[in-house]
Design a protein around this ligand. Structure first.
Ligand SMILES: [Zn+2]
Length: 185
């Protein structure tokens, strides 16, 4: 987390791996707020409890730009096919070029809408089919607000109070964190 105790990013969630976490603690760049209860790393000479939640000592300016990818496009279009208005999960949706690629249409925020496979196929290279809402580049804030209607999966329940996420949408999926070997350096 940033020095103001909010996640550096939530779409996707800002994380570091355990090696980086241990290194940041060693370098005094972060304070540890929570440790994993059941995750230790061992070297021949030391045993360390792996940190779970870290807060930066210094405020880090974050970019707040939204990555152009299928997940964020689905969030922008609220998992709704922009042609038949039906709801789908991410797998049921495809990236549809409003101006077809064969006619020079770009793969960009302003030319891609989410469509179900049947609608995508039916539209094909037609240009007289328009999406419900013309595609646009969303702001970080918009994606964040819309994402908070979706479930989030975290590896440690201790993260939950720091996320600012609706509690009923937070799911803990504990990876196998029991054994890890740290090399002595
Ligand atoms: Zn459709």
């Amino acid at each position: 987390m940033n020095a103001d105790y909010t996640p550096m990013a939530v779409a996707p969630l800002s994380t570091v791996n355990w090696r980086e976490a241990v290194k940041l603690v060693y370098l005094d760049q972060v304070d540890v707020l929570e440790y994993y209860a059941d995750w230790h790393v061992h070297s021949p000479s030391v045993t360390l409890q792996v940190p779970s939640v870290l807060v930066s000592r210094n405020y880090v300016k974050t970019s707040r730009s939204i990555k152009f990818n299928k997940t964020n496009l689905c969030i922008r279009d609220e998992f709704t096919c922009q042609y038949c208005r039906k709801l789908f999960d991410q797998k049921g949706l495809t990236m549809e070029h409003v101006q077809p690629r064969s006619r020079g249409g770009k793969t960009s925020w302003t030319n891609v809408s989410m469509a179900c496979s049947p609608c995508n196929t039916a539209k094909g290279n037609r240009t007289d089919w328009k999406p419900i809402k013309a595609p646009y580049k969303p702001t970080y804030g918009e994606i964040l607000v819309k994402a908070k209607h979706l479930p989030i999966y975290i590896p440690d329940a201790k993260w939950a109070p720091y996320l600012g996420w609706p509690p009923h949408l937070v799911h803990v999926r504990n990876p196998n964190v029991n054994i890890d070997i740290m090399e002595d350096s």
